[in-house]
Design a protein around this ligand. Structure first.
Ligand SMILES: O=C(O)CCC(=O)C(=O)O
Ligand SMILES: [Fe+2]
Length: 103
């Protein structure tokens, strides 16, 4: 699978977030994509839950690698929630396949 798209994101001050109830399921990534992301900088909480379920928390520390395997996007939702804490800059590199919609 070719990885051709990298998304750079900064979650700066505490209330920056990637809100719940999203899945990375854009058709341009093809069917059941595997998605990997590397976190740099400030540690933030990452939550994942099945569509009707309860969230499980992970802490994405500097240098951590998160892999969401094929199938995860159709069964689970994820987020980086808002926080009241003041946090410094965070950069997330996300590696997604780009198939132009082909399976
Ligand atoms: O910042 C992160 O660790 C996750 C970002 C995310 O879920 C997304 O870009 O779709
Ligand atoms: Fe996402």
């Amino acid at each position: 699978m070719k990885v051709s798209c990298t998304v750079l994101k900064t979650n700066g001050v505490g209330d920056n977030s990637v809100e719940f109830n999203h899945a990375d399921d854009e058709p341009s990534m093809g069917y059941e994509p595997a998605i990997a992301s590397v976190s740099l900088g400030s540690c933030r909480k990452f939550q994942i839950k099945s569509r009707n379920g309860k969230a499980t928390d992970f802490w994405l520390e500097h240098g951590s690698l998160l892999v969401m395997h094929p199938g995860c996007q159709s069964t689970h939702l994820h987020q980086v929630p808002k926080t009241n804490k003041v946090v410094s800059t965070r950069i997330n590199l996300t590696f997604r396949p780009h198939t132009g919609g082909r399976r």
